[in-house]
Ligand binder design. Sequence first.
Ligand code: FNR
Length: 357
Amino acid sequence: MPATDVLPGKRLSLADVEREAATVLDPVHADFFAGAAGDESTARANLAAFERIRLRPRVLRDVSARSLATSLLGRPNSMPVLLSPTAFHRLAHPAGEPATARAAEAAGVTMVVSMAATTRLEEVAAHTTRPWLQLYLQPDQDFTRHLVRRAGRAGYGALVVTVDSPVFGRRERDHRNGFHDLPGGLRCENLVDDAGVLRDIVMDAGLTWDAVARLRETTDLPILLKGVLHPDDARLAVEHGVDGLFVSNHGGRQLDGAIATADALPGVAAVVPQGFPLIVDGGVRRGIDVVRALALGATAVGIGRPVLWGLAAAGQDGVREVLELLRTELDEAMALCGARSPGELGPDVLAPHLSAP
Ligand code: FNR
């Protein structure tokens, strides 16, 4: 059947949105969004690892009625896709994080708001239901507690603590471009303290599991750790009462040479309890990548750069477009695999040598 709904020039994939974004973004900012640490080998590996996974579809299963709906920490999500935290949305588009939040709301998915957002966390939360707040735990524990209290008051549904950043990854594109500060008028709004002083985000190389235990005692909000790749760390997280994990290498922006997330996922999935929220991000660009991730044991996937491409290309509508492209692709991929819902996707749809950890 011919594809009658395809208009010339219409964006058909996230890659098309990426190309569109490149035409409007300042090249230095485009490099900040695209770049990764060192030789950027992990950023490439994330993409390659998903692509390498071959699917083994089932047939004749009546997939005429399908639903992508799922639930994350008790919040209904229209599909198992969420917006991973990314810094500086106003660098991509003047409408910034509120536009992203409205698109997430319209699409019925959870937005994780970066600590390095260019909009106050309260304002972002006014545009979307129960977002999650990403935090780098600060050496000044009072300031971390202050952010946690603000998140609770503003209706955030969870805290996402990024643990893959004891030091800042060396992103050579930014060094080469001399990109160290936000341009005039933009700042990390959540880093303004009660005294009106703009703080720096400190990467605390001294953090240990004690910090997770302390945070656990400070708040009733669910806590997820972001940046866990090793099964032993996943076990420790469960032991420390953590409510979920992001299997993530920060899109390759921290340790270059780190394992691709699709390769790390089965090992982590094997050691966490059944049903434990496991989100994987890094290199998810297609509906089939979502299928692959779910089949490998993820509860949901996160997308980072594609959100920024959508925002740059067309603001709120662009983020919505990215999410709807993924939704359409995921729905088709699920049908073609013989599944009617995300819960029906398991190791069975993977080529056999890829289903073991
Ligand atoms: C990020 N990421 C990130 N992670 C985090 O915990 N806090 C942050 O502030 C940011 N900021 C950020 C900025 C930019 C420009 C990028 C590209 C990424 C990492 C992000 O949450 C996620 O892990 C990756 O982006 C996922 O990989 P993909 O989807 O970009 O391939």
